[in-house]
Design a protein around this ligand. Structure first.
Ligand code: SF4
Length: 253
């Protein structure tokens, strides 16, 4: 059953949830969370785990890297044209042993300045989505298919995603998530190597050969800000992820 706090965060996402409420709990919750207030990113001490690394040193074998080696390797990477525009790489943020890993396409200029993925208004909505699932933002791990921003915040090119693929593969191996949530149709198509539409990609579990992790696709928060009517579908996707996570947790007990 959804907690009152999750319902408040759903409200922050812009989704009304019609369920019977305990009137006592409703009063208590309204004093703790003001649903009409925008949910902001909380830069807690544990939120961003040394994800922006100064550039230096030689390139190493990606498949065998531990976390510090991985972060250094990404920081010094010159494997695609995106290296020319960046001032910093944005490796990822959050719990490096998270059950839930969330993937977008590329860091924005603002993400680069902030040193974390999904730092702006879209990031605030992503935080609300995460909280609606029952997590704090620093309990999940968030990253992108490519670690360097594109020139005009456009989607990364196929060859850029391919150049960065070894990093995201190793990153997933290091985090060992139980579920991967992929944001946006282009990100999903490139990650899953699919040409299917969003309508076909949503609502099911996907698996890719090299990773034994279920992948769930939903809308990118920036798109949801422009198309709020799709938030209800996004919530269905988040519920699918929650169901899969709860199934995995039960099987591990
Ligand atoms: Fe290297 Fe990835 Fe940055 Fe390209 S986007 S330079 S492959 S880290």
């Amino acid at each position: 059953m959804m907690s009152a706090q999750q319902q408040a965060y759903l409200k922050a996402m812009g989704i009304d949830v019609w369920v019977e409420r305990d009137p006592v709990a409703l009063v208590e919750d309204s004093s703790r969370i003001e649903p009409e207030q925008p949910v902001s990113v909380e830069p807690a001490a544990t939120e961003t785990v040394a994800q922006v690394i100064p550039e230096a040193g030689p390139v190493r074998n990606i498949e065998a890297l531990n976390w510090p080696e991985f972060q250094s390797a990404v920081a010094e990477c010159q494997l695609c044209d995106l290296a020319a525009n960046r001032t910093k790489v944005v490796v990822g943020a959050g719990n490096q042993s998270a059950s839930l890993m969330i993937l977008g396409d590329a860091p924005t200029r603002q993400d680069e300045q902030q040193g974390m993925p999904f730092s702006g208004e879209a990031g605030n909505l992503l935080t609300a989505m995460i909280k609606a699932m029952g997590y704090q933002r620093n309990e999940v791990y968030i990253s992108n298919l490519v670690k360097c921003r594109t020139a005009e915040n456009q989607e990364p090119a196929t060859d850029e995603v391919e150049a960065c693929k070894a990093y995201i593969t190793r990153q997933i191996q290091l985090v060992q998530p139980k579920v991967i949530l992929v944001l946006g149709s282009v990100t999903a198509q490139r990650f899953l190597k699919s040409k299917s539409t969003m309508a076909r990609l949503r609502g099911q579990l996907h698996y890719i050969d090299e990773l034994a992790v279920p992948v769930i696709v939903t809308y990118e928060p920036g798109y949801l800000l422009r198309s709020p009517s799709e938030k209800r579908k996004a919530w269905e996707d988040l519920q699918l992820a929650m169901k899969e996570l709860s199934t995995v947790n039960i099987s591990l007990k």
